[in-house]
Design a protein around this ligand. Structure first.
Ligand code: GLV
Ligand code: MN
Ligand code: MN
Length: 399
């Protein structure tokens, strides 16, 4: 098979034009936005042109299907509310190029997917979780974004394009190429990361409730200030985690919503996200116990109400040994002494797909480790090196 790096880069830049925003190569293309749907329609046209059967499933994932049993490759084409041009898009367009080159060469059979809502406007890896059966469609339809829009309503916007779910039995494995989204390959001057495992993640919302009141006349000692509770909670959780976490454990309060959010009002409510990630499921449990205990203690001490939502979670997963070895052999050929095996700190659709078939992932560097930001980028030589690893691995696996 003869992959064409120029065609791959041209398509990658074209995909960025759907939702291009911000400085540098930024993109705003959240799941089911106008830009996202237009990008998915464009992808389906590229699949058709590559002699693959273009298909959209009921939750908006788009597929380019080869005939008969095939290797599945891809990622997602939705973005964060402020994202870069490569997170997800790279894996989809690299898969398109490999599948297209394979069709032109008369084999091997490679299919392509762009999953919907990996970035979690409504949940997180929403479409791949539904496909893998870890979340039912009925449950997912009730997932709401921060504006209260339901996944079930959002997906109606593509109902006229959508067919059935795709039968996973036709695929003998899934390989996802992605940018690293962290600093390690770039700092080491390396080109390729072969993923060993993907960390687990848990994510919930905590709401502190107090008394909304006048910020000038309410004495400090009589206040029930929800934001003071949130700040106290975050400080105490940071201190409590310090003694149990490892260097690679991470936790984030990325979304905060204060009511009524005005400088002259003592806030009556503070709702915020609490997300934590690690490779060790036991540690995730211990962190959860601290989170719940700290929230309850802060609420009791400050006379606040507290509500802790159900959590959304993905368990840590190992990559398949055979697929990983094919990627490692290809990496050694394409980037001798400039590749490593490494864990993924970011979540990926591959975690969900692992419930259905063997999965593996390959990374290329992120310049300065930047991602989930407009400044995300990768040198084009490294993008092409990743493409070559993907093509070489699929050739090895199918020979
Ligand atoms: C998804 O990109 C994540 O790791 O949050
Ligand atoms: Mn991604
Ligand atoms: Mn992402």
């Amino acid at each position: 098979m003869h992959i064409q790096p120029d065609r791959f880069l041209r398509d990658l830049h074209k995909l960025r034009s759907f939702g291009a925003a911000g400085v540098g190569k930024g993109v705003v293309r959240p799941a089911f936005s106008k830009a996202d749907i237009a990008a998915r329609e464009w992808l389906m046209a590229q699949f058709e042109a590559a002699d693959l059967r273009a298909h959209m499933d009921p939750v908006g994932s788009v597929w380019g299907l080869a005939d008969g049993p095939s290797v599945l490759m891809g990622s997602h084409s939705d973005t964060q509310p402020e994202g870069g041009w490569l997170d997800g898009a790279l894996g989809v367009i690299a898969a398109l190029e490999v599948a297209r080159a394979a069709q032109e060469a008369g084999g091997p059979a490679v299919s392509v997917v762009s999953f919907q809502d990996e970035e979690g406007r409504f949940g997180g890896t929403t479409a791949s979780s539904i496909w893998a059966g870890s979340v039912s469609l009925e449950t997912a339809d009730q997932f709401a974004d921060f504006d209260g829009v339901l996944f079930g309503d959002a997906r109606q916007s593509v109902a006229d394009l959508a067919g059935d779910f795709v039968d996973p039995a036709q695929f003998n494995g899934f390989i996802e190429m992605h940018i690293e989204q962290g600093p390690w390959l770039d700092r080491a001057g390396e080109t390729i990361g072969v993923v060993s495992d993907i960390v687990g993640i848990r994510d919930l919302n905590i709401t502190f409730g107090g008394d909304q009141n006048h910020a000038g006349t309410t004495p400090m000692m009589y206040r029930r200030d929800a934001v003071q509770g949130m700040v106290d909670y975050i400080t105490q959780v940071n201190a409590a985690f310090a003694s149990i976490v490892s260097d690679s454990t991470v936790w984030t309060n990325g979304h905060v919503s204060v009511h009524p959010n005005a400088s002259s009002i003592v806030p009556g409510q503070a709702r915020f996200s609490m997300q934590w990630r690690d490779r060790d499921a036991g540690l995730l449990d211990r962190m959860e116990a601290i989170i719940r205990e700290t929230a309850r203690t802060v609420a009791a001490t400050r006379d606040l109400e507290v509500e802790i939502s159900d959590y959304w979670a993905l368990a840590p997963v190992e990559m398949d040994a055979r697929l990983k070895a094919a990627l490692a052999d290809a990496a050694a050929l394409v980037a001798p002494s400039k590749w490593r095996e490494m864990p993924s700190g970011a979540l990926h659709d591959a975690t969900c797909v692992a419930a259905l078939m063997p999965v593996a992932m390959v990374f290329v560097p992120s310049i300065n480790g930047i991602s989930h930001a407009f400044g995300e980028d990768t040198n084009e030589d490294d993008l092409v090196a990743g493409l070559k690893v993907l093509a070489s691995a699929v050739t090895r696996l199918t020979n």
